[in-house]
Ligand binder design. Structure first.
Ligand SMILES: [Zn+2]
Ligand SMILES: [Zn+2]
Length: 253
């Protein structure tokens, strides 16, 4: 089981955005995450229609969203939502996203898919990072399948395209579903912020380029679900985000 110290959370929205950081303690952040699947369920239900889609997409979300955190909470949430885990999709290799993935793979007898191999150094370092942050229970591992730009992964009839979006970590990937105009963006971009780039192999300009060259061209109507905090849309962030608003980056369609 992973237990985060209140002041030891290794990965949060860019710390240069004081407003965002001041409002979210690490523990609050974790509690908020537990309730996010409901929101996603509603979104998918509205956009996708059948309850079949709804449950398969939720399976994915739980598999995708929680593996870094407290594995007991993951198991609890899975039970609470009554879903079957068929795969673990990872956006990147940071401990708060991947620390518990190996244990989940064993528990649910499923494959770990992603991230991009450039994050393998993070996955090889999970146990050491955990001890640095006073956490326990993280395990190093190698995914069953790496993801590369242009790949796609499917959950039943929901297909997600893979966009390699380095900057927050070198192997970060985004899962994009065109039919639903929806993306899981990991820690690439948040509501009102972007991923921190001060961790090993982070790169601020590369992250800005990933967002403006890979994500924005998908269309401003895309709704996204980040690795921390509430969801948003590309349109809202292009208008209001202090790091990547069009007025800051000079981006235009
Ligand atoms: Zn994170
Ligand atoms: Zn991260």
């Amino acid at each position: 089981m992973l237990t985060a110290k209140a002041n030891g959370y290794p990965d949060k929205p860019s710390s240069t955005n004081n407003r965002q950081v001041a409002n979210s303690s690490p523990l609050k952040q974790h509690n908020a995450d537990i309730y996010e699947p409901r929101r996603f369920k509603r979104q998918v239900q509205t956009a996708g229609g059948s309850s079949h889609r709804f449950s398969t997409a939720c399976d994915d979300l739980l598999a995708h969203r929680y593996p870094g955190g407290d594995v007991d909470r993951i198991k609890q949430a899975i039970q609470q939502h009554g879903v079957t885990i068929t795969a673990i999709w990872l956006t990147h290799g940071h401990i708060d996203h991947a620390g518990g993935a190996a244990e989940c793979r064993r528990t649910y007898d499923c494959e770990i898919i992603g991230p991009h191999p450039d994050d393998q150094f993070w996955l090889d370092d999970l146990e050491k990072t955990a001890s640095n942050y006073g956490m326990a229970g993280a395990e190093n591992f190698t995914p069953d399948t790496y993801l590369y730009d242009g790949d796609s992964v499917s959950l039943e009839d929901l297909e997600f395209q893979i966009l390699h979006c380095p900057g927050h970590s070198p192997g970060s990937v985004v899962f994009y579903n065109q039919a639903l105009s929806f993306a899981f963006v990991g820690d690439v971009v948040f509501q009102g912020s972007i991923g921190r780039t001060d961790l090993p192999q982070g790169n601020h300009q590369q992250l800005i380029d990933s967002i403006t060259r890979k994500l924005w061209p998908l269309g401003s109507d895309i709704q996204f679900f980040p690795g921390h905090g509430p969801g948003s849309s590309f349109a809202v962030e292009r208008e209001n985000n202090g790091f990547v608003a069009d007025s800051v980056t000079g981006y235009s369609d």
